[in-house]
Write a protein that binds this ligand. Structure first.
Ligand code: 13P
Length: 257
């Protein structure tokens, strides 16, 4: 079986002033200093990217943005293109459920963003996940498979891709999915990637779980064979808590190797 380096990514969402973000990035960088075997990514708001890039410059921590435009440049007031992030980030979240639900982003737009990110040399973290209504209707697997396929339409940079399964009902609710529920969908996501790009890419792509992850519940997710880490919201805003998640992932990764 391919061994995949685990990823713990923090999505700060619309939080932190520039000073708060700088302090948080410094705290995370120093807390993760001695931890190996886990790829750590912090995703501050745009206004915090420069400070985070500086604070993590001498560390193994990567910086990601939370969104990008699919357009390269021009008359798109308020938007940020992949090229504008050059030197600041290596990753970018695309298709977060909040972008989909609150700003009407479609699978087609998300696919265009993922393609634009990869073309600029960034790793897109493509998010998928079903609503509570879809889960209760018993259609979660089919829904996520379809969302994944559509959100990766035209995408070819398989070595750069990270996928995050974030069930909408588990985000910010304190009610994480069970590791079994996450494993089931993430196995289907991996099978979906295999269908599009082949087994080799499917077995190498990191697929994360997101939704109410904290340092107490992360362990059993990491123990599942297809779950490669977490995309963390609320718990990424406190350096101790976020570092605690990375510590668990690092320990389990060391035990598994
Ligand atoms: P929470 O960890 O706050 O549930 O948020 C998850 C998320 O949306 C990360 O992108």
């Amino acid at each position: 079986m391919t061994r995949r380096t685990p990823v713990i990514a923090g999505n700060w969402k619309m939080n932190t002033t520039p000073d708060e973000g700088k302090e948080l990035a410094i705290g995370i960088a120093s807390g993760c200093d001695q931890l190996d075997g886990v790829e750590v990514i912090v995703c501050p708001p745009f206004t915090g990217l420069a400070a985070a890039a500086e604070a993590t410059a001498n560390s193994a921590i990567s910086v990601g943005a939370q969104n990008i435009s699919s357009e390269p440049s021009g008359a798109f007031t308020g938007e940020i293109s992949a090229a504008m992030l050059e030197g600041l980030v290596t990753h970018v979240i695309v298709g977060h459920s909040e972008r989909r639900a609150l700003y009407g982003e479609t699978d087609e737009q998300i696919a265009a963003k993922a393609v634009a990110a990869a073309a600029a040399g960034l790793s897109p973290i493509v998010c998928v996940g079903e609503s509570l209504e879809v889960r209760q209707s018993g259609q979660a697997i089919e829904f996520v498979e379809n969302q994944l396929r559509e959100s990766l339409s035209g995408y070819t940079a398989w070595n750069q891709l990270i996928v995050a399964y974030e069930p909408v009902w588990a985000i910010g609710t304190g009610e994480a999915a069970t590791p079994q529920q996450a494993q089931e969908i993430i196995a289907a996501i991996r099978a979906g990637i295999s269908g599009i790009a082949g087994d080799e890419h499917a077995s190498r792509t990191r697929v994360l779980y997101g939704g109410s992850v904290n340092s107490t519940n992360i362990g059993p997710f990491m123990d599942r064979p297809d779950i490669d880490g977490a995309l963390v919201g609320g718990a990424s805003l406190k350096s101790d808590e976020f570092v605690g998640i990375v510590e668990v992932a690092a320990r389990l990764s060391a035990e598994a190797s």
